[in-house]
Design a protein around this ligand. Structure first.
Ligand code: GTP
Ligand code: MG
Length: 216
């Protein structure tokens, strides 16, 4: 049991190979950037704890390969994920066109209530832009998700994108907890013991990560 945080949220990074998923994660978790990063093979994780109101939320961020042949098993990648950063590269139109495929996969494997933030990365490369800001905005509107352009390289909006995702998950989750509380109270079920609410993420324990749940 992880006593350092009140909530543990699993979030996933998805998008074509080379859009900058790993570098967004390095920037957010370690404030680092690698010009010559290698394609991800399998799956990597990073954690970062942030304060939301008076609670400590630990984000467990999963990153897998955009390339099909290097990807982790899709169903376990998405299992238990409360949010996703869906990333494309503003300098490569094909990565924007692939978003349909990624959204389909999200709907197939992800939870219906998963919070999604669409991210157009590499905003520092304005001279090579192939996808207009408005195209990103319209797609986000159509799909009813949030949207931001970021640069992992110049550290533009990276913090904002992840924090927005985590705050939205917090909002959705606290509503759910409230609903659960109301239901349990009306049915007189002791699913919420005292003030303790538990959010569990199945595969964290399956992969022997340090904590499976957070308690408060
Ligand atoms: P896969 O692991 O193959 O799915 O790729 P990925 O999406 O994780 O991409 P990665 O983070 O490895 O970045 C690919 C290349 O883009 C690297 O050379 C990075 O240095 C570069 N890159 C990532 N983000 C940015 C950015 O914001 N601006 C610029 N100019 N380059 C970036
Ligand atoms: Mg990668």
């Amino acid at each position: 049991m992880d006593e350092d945080c009140d909530f543990l949220f699993k979030v996933v990074l998805i998008g074509d190979s080379g859009v900058g998923k790993s570098n967004l994660l390095y920037r957010f978790s370690k404030d680092e950037f690698y010009l010559d990063s290698k394609p991800t093979i399998g799956v990597e994780f990073a954690y970062r704890s942030i304060k939301v109101g008076d609670k400590i939320v630990k984000a467990q961020i999963w990153d897998t390969a955009g390339q099909e042949r290097f990807r982790a098993i899709t169903s376990s990648y998405y299992r238990g994920a409360l949010g996703a950063l869906l990333v494309y590269d503003i300098t490569k139109k094909s990565t924007f066109e692939s978003l349909k495929k990624w959204l389909k996969e999200l709907r197939e494997f992800g939870d219906a209530e998963m919070v999604v933030v669409l991210v157009g990365n590499k905003s520092d490369l304005l001279h090579s832009r192939e996808v207009n800001l408005e195209d990103g905005q319209s797609l986000a509107k159509l799909e009813q998700v949030s949207f931001m352009e970021t640069s992992a390289k110049e550290n533009l909006n990276v913090e904002e994108a992840f924090l927005h995702l985590i705050h939205r998950i917090y909002e959705v989750t606290s509503h759910k907890s409230l609903d659960a509380k109301t239901t349990s109270e009306s049915l007189d079920l002791k699913t919420l013991q005292g003030n303790k609410e538990i959010i569990c993420i199945d595969e964290v324990s399956a992969t022997k990560q340090p904590s499976s749940c957070c308690l408060h």
